[in-house]
Write a protein that binds this ligand. Structure first.
Ligand code: MF3
Ligand code: CO
Ligand code: CO
Length: 252
């Protein structure tokens, strides 16, 4: 059931990609995703979730997350994160990516590349017997090495019958600390990475999170299953993580 809903969320994200071009509004992206999800016998989880008014989140440039789709027109050089969560047959699947609008800008390239590397670093350390702290530490190390910062107020989460379940998956931390990773656990990893300082501010709409210093922010999210040997990325449609964990080359 989780594989099915996660595949649909990933498929929706792949479908919307070609619609992201200069001149499109975030409301149009919302409506296309909304129809697509309904056509696939699912419901967009964000709609009416704690009063959220739309079906997807669209976060542009210095917006960190939870941007509300509306009349805003996307321009060349913008970056936009599209966050899709589907509710199919009683289970939620959650994934997001940050896209370039038109020709990529240097700032956009830098922050999206670092944010993607941060997510990948977090995923690659997932294995049974490991710790949640390993994930956060791996993400933080990549962000710091690249002169970027990790947003601390929002985190990944367990997911399944409920949209947001325990535990909170922090995107910073210390290796070997926190709860143990066990086979069968399913949670998201979704680091929000800022080009400047980590501090954020909430806009008066009570949803849109922005960087305090107005620096660009990017995010990538996958839903992850802990397997007996490592991890499976349930929202990986492209087969990017198909190989699973890289085996140690040498026994200790
Ligand atoms: N999809 C977001 C997440 O990754 C949550 C969005 S909540 C909403 O957890 F209400 F803003 F949709
Ligand atoms: Co999530
Ligand atoms: Co999400």
């Amino acid at each position: 059931m989780m594989r099915a809903t996660c595949a649909l969320a990933a498929q929706t994200l792949q479908m919307i990609r070609e619609h992201i071009r200069p001149g499109v509004t975030t409301q149009q992206l919302n409506d296309i995703c909304h129809e697509y999800i309904l056509q696939h016998h699912a419901i967009p989880s964000p709609l009416n979730y704690r009063g959220f008014p739309k079906s997807i989140c669209t976060s542009v440039n210095q917006q960190v997350c939870h941007g509300i789709p509306g009349p805003r027109v996307l321009n060349a050089g913008d970056i936009v994160n599209v966050d899709i969560t589907t509710f199919l047959n009683g289970f939620h699947g959650d994934t997001n990516k940050t896209f370039h609008v038109g020709l990529p800008s240097p700032k956009g390239v830098k922050i999206t590349e670092v944010a993607k590397k941060c997510l990948d670093a977090g995923i690659r350390v997932v294995r049974p017997g490991g710790f949640f702290g390993d994930i956060g530490a791996a993400i933080e190390a990549v962000a710091k090495r690249n002169g970027c910062s990790v947003v601390r107020e929002y985190c990944g989460h367990g997911i399944g019958r409920d949209f947001h379940e325990e535990p909170a998956v922090l995107h910073y931390g210390v290796p070997g600390t926190g709860a143990r990773l066990e086979p069968g656990m399913i949670f998201t990893i979704e680091p929000m990475i800022n080009l400047g300082r980590p501090e954020i501010r909430l806009l008066p709409d009570k949803w849109t999170v922005v960087t305090r210093d107005h620096s660009f922010s990017a995010q990538f999210e996958h839903t992850i299953l802990v397997t007996r040997t490592g991890f499976e990325v349930l929202t990986d449609l492209e087969g990017e993580y198909r190989e699973g964990p890289v085996q140690a080359t040498q026994a200790q």
